[in-house]
Design a protein around this ligand. Structure first.
Ligand SMILES: Cc1cc2nc3c(=O)[nH]c(=O)nc-3n(C[C@H](O)[C@H](O)[C@H](O)COP(=O)(O)OP(=O)(O)OC[C@H]3O[C@@H](n4cnc5c(N)ncnc54)[C@H](O)[C@@H]3O)c2cc1C
Length: 410
């Protein structure tokens, strides 16, 4: 990563973790992401011999998956320098944004399981920490075919409108919940996950406010999957539907069984997801800028490297300003929220998500102009980065819907 490190307070631990993650991002994730992006059929991305699994395994072997889980369950939450976690996420976005999301989303149900008082649920987190073969993969199953933005409007007045009630229902019967319904094809890791953090409707009369959150293994009777989703950007990121037909789960798996509690938990999740997106896509913006600068120094037109032409120089400096600003803000927000994990600032996290994804998209569009025709060619990295950035403006909440929701906090 070609930026001058302006943050002079980084600990040695954070610097070392950032450097390891940068090497992993550039040497493992970048080439894997480029190869996976070129596969025409998204089913090949997750084939048993796919390079995707090498990425997952190497990530686990580095221990990066254990960051947010307490030591008593095999994690490193108490030990790891908060800034180290931020730099790891940034370097992964620099390597490949879609794979960074896949690896990040994979941890989510296990992080949630670690918060449960039920020993059998906490065991999911322990097994995940121990897993170096990437046999356990998580997903965050929230979006439904008829409820996308509805889920993220938690800070808006429509949240308790019964018309917005989620369609995946969990009905309490004795010591079990019976779960039925469908999650959308957008669930990241949807067709490869072994465990889900599953948002369910507990009380439809309260709309989205009547929801709860379960952690469940996805091999239970009554669960089936759709085909891997074929989409424009972040193609290395597997996505697909989950179907639930009268699935019986023990009450202990409903980690948030009380809708009143859900409001607080939803804010923590929103801040964490958007904060992560802010960091990952600041990393992508940096990757785009570095590629454009490198190309401008090599490509000769008019007898000189195109960097010598004023229009190219101005474009690159504008890209540099935006990238520096997005990274500085995303880091600052992520560190604050990491240190205040139970009362994070949602609107700052959403602001970082919007700033970084918009920046990545804008610098990628500028980079295509710098590359000229080669910017459109699949032989060069920029058109993929442009597609990856575009997807991010909808991922984890469409940007304008997120802005409306977060503005309620101003
Ligand atoms: C790459 C990627 C990864 C994703 N990963 C996951 C995942 O891991 N798990 C998961 O569950 N989901 C995931 N999603 C789904 C994502 O969260 C949704 O796509 C997103 O919330 C938008 O929902 P939607 O697509 O249904 O759009 P819609 O909600 O239909 O929105 C369409 C348009 O209408 C506008 N709109 C909708 N409602 C309102 C409103 N109330 N007020 C104002 N404007 C409104 C929106 O701003 C948008 O412009 C992912 C999506 C992408 C693209």
């Amino acid at each position: 990563m070609g930026h001058l490190e302006l943050d002079l307070n980084l600990s040695d631990e954070a610097k070392a973790a950032g450097e390891t993650a940068r090497r992993f991002g550039l040497e493992v994730m970048r080439p894997a992401g480029e190869a996976l992006d070129k596969l025409a059929d998204p089913a090949d991305v997750i084939a048993p011999d796919s390079i995707l699994w090498d990425v997952f395994r190497q990530f686990r072997q580095l221990g990066f998956h254990r960051g947010a889980i307490p030591a008593e369950l095999g994690g490193m939450a108490e030990e790891i320098d908060s800034m180290a976690g931020v730099l790891i996420a940034e370097a992964m976005g620099y390597g490949d944004a879609g794979l960074a999301v896949s690896l990040g989303a994979s941890a989510f149900p296990f992080r949630l399981a670690a918060l449960s008082p039920a020993p059998e649920v906490r065991e999911f987190a322990r097994a995940y920490c121990e897993d170096q073969k990437a046999e356990l993969i998580g997903c965050w199953a929230i979006t439904e075919p008829d409820h996308g933005s509805d889920w993220i409007m938690g800070m808006a007045p429509t949240f308790d409108d019964p018309r917005c009630a989620p369609s995946v229902r969990a009905v309490l019967k004795g010591d079990e919940y019976i779960v039925s319904g469908q999650k959308a094809a957008w669930v990241s890791n949807g067709t490869i996950a072994t465990h889900a953090a599953l948002h369910v409707c507990l009380d439809p009369s309260k709309g989205m406010q009547g929801s709860g959150l379960a952690v469940i293994p996805l091999d239970l009777p009554g669960i089936s999957r759709g085909k891997p989703l074929d989409k424009m950007g972040q193609r290395p990121l597997n996505q697909g539907e989950l179907f639930f037909e009268e699935v019986r789960i023990p009450t202990s798996h409903m980690v948030v069984p009380d809708p009143a509690m859900m409001a607080m938990v939803a804010r923590i999740i929103l801040a964490s997801a958007n904060g992560g997106m802010g960091i990952i896509f600041a990393g992508l913006a940096q990757a785009v800028y570095d590629e454009a600068l490198k190309y401008a120094r090599q490509r000769v037109q008019g007898g000189v490297p195109i960097f010598e032409h004023q229009n190219v120089k101005l474009k690159l400096f504008d890209m540099f300003i935006k990238t520096e600003a997005a990274r500085a803000y995303a880091r600052r927000m992520a560190l604050y929220n990491a240190l205040n994990s139970l009362s994070p600032s949602c609107h700052h996290a959403v602001a970082a998500k919007l700033l970084s994804t918009q920046t990545a998209f804008e610098v990628a569009a500028q980079a295509i102009q710098v590359f000229g025709g080669n910017g459109l060619s699949r032989e060069y990295p920029i058109e993929k980065m442009f597609r990856d950035a575009k997807a991010a403006m909808i991922e984890d909440g469409e940007n304008s819907a997120l802005a409306i929701a977060a503005a309620a906090d101003l």
